[in-house]
Design a protein around this ligand. Structure first.
Ligand SMILES: Nc1ncnc2c1ncn2[C@@H]1O[C@H](COP(=O)(O)OP(=O)(O)OP(=O)(O)O)[C@@H](O)[C@H]1O
Ligand SMILES: [Mg+2]
Length: 276
């Protein structure tokens, strides 16, 4: 396996929920993201997927455990180091429409991260944006439009261009195709697969749709109630799951075919996880 970019050990994230209560959203997770590897996070709603990646990006503090990027503990990064770190990993979210400023032309949104980080001259930034447009399959005339003048797939391409313009090593996709119809999902997944090859990116890919995650991931983490219940190469986890939960997850998605169906009955948010 190639060198690890992210190494997280025994990560716990607790949120306060009222005065004397806390919710353990992530409960002792180990995860590695090797360079140029796609790691899929799968688990039903509320299992802690988004919170885990937010912890990996230092967007929420960990209550205990450690998150290292190339051997550096990210909770200790400050100032310029933190800014540099923030360019190493970029996120693409579920809803491309709300991720783009409706009053700005697409091109302006794509260039924005470079402007904020004061990278390059204006002309250099625009030249770089043009390269990114080609890479994600958008034309300049489309980039001169406003978000409401593009389709969902085109907007998601713009969000991917904006994420990639700072040349990250890791792209984190949190349900990035969930809002798109099936044909478009495949199109964006293929684009992400191609970009990963071309740009030597590592991907962390979150979805509660197993077929989507399995399509793109080399490695799977199955999450349930804040814990990793199973992890391994995608092929191994999908062909011979070792845990009952993974089996149920596979079975429900194969038979029901619907990621929106609860996997283990209605009571998926275990009250046992809310501690007094
Ligand atoms: N800021 C917060 N404050 C309090 N509780 C939170 C906060 N963020 C998340 N949680 C709780 O943490 C748990 C995990 O949430 P998280 O968003 O990580 O799940 P998820 O797996 O991403 O779900 P989904 O598939 O619906 O996006 C949930 O019980 C959620 O209610
Ligand atoms: Mg989420």
């Amino acid at each position: 396996m190639s060198e690890s970019i992210i190494t997280a050990r025994d990560v716990r994230v607790e949120f306060r929920a009222g005065r004397n209560r806390s919710v353990t959203a992530v409960d002792g997770v180990d995860i590695d993201v090797p360079a140029r590897t796609a790691v899929g996070l799968i688990g039903e709603s509320g299992s802690g997927k988004s919170t885990l990646v937010r912890a990996l990006l230092a967007l929420v503090p960990v209550s205990s455990g450690s998150v290292e990027w190339e051997g550096r503990d990210i909770s200790r990064l400050r100032g310029a180091d933190l800014v540099r770190f923030r360019t190493t990993a970029q996120m693409v979210f579920q809803d491309p429409h709300s991720a783009l400023d409706p009053r700005r032309r697409i091109l302006t949104s794509i260039v924005e991260p470079l402007r904020v980080l004061r990278i390059g001259t204006r002309a250099e930034r625009e030249a770089r944006a043009e390269e990114m447009l080609t890479q994600v399959g958008l034309r300049m005339d489309q980039a001169m439009r406003f978000p409401h003048q593009l389709s969902g797939g085109q907007k998601q391409r713009a969000c991917i261009a904006r994420a990639l313009i700072v040349e990250p090593r890791v792209l984190i996709c949190d349900e990035s195709v969930a809002a798109l119809d099936v044909a478009l999902q495949a199109e964006i997944l293929n684009l992400l697969g191609d970009l990963r090859e071309e740009l030597n990116l590592a991907l962390v890919f979150i979805s509660h749709d197993l077929s989507v995650v399995a399509h793109i991931s080399d490695h799977l983490h199955v999450m349930h109630l804040g814990k990793t219940v199973e992890t391994g190469p995608t092929e191994q986890v999908t062909r011979s799951p070792q845990q009952e939960y993974t089996e149920k997850l596979l079975a429900s998605q194969l038979t029901v075919g619907g990621p929106d169906q609860p996997l283990l009955g209605a009571g998926t948010t275990d009250p046992g996880r809310t501690r007094s």
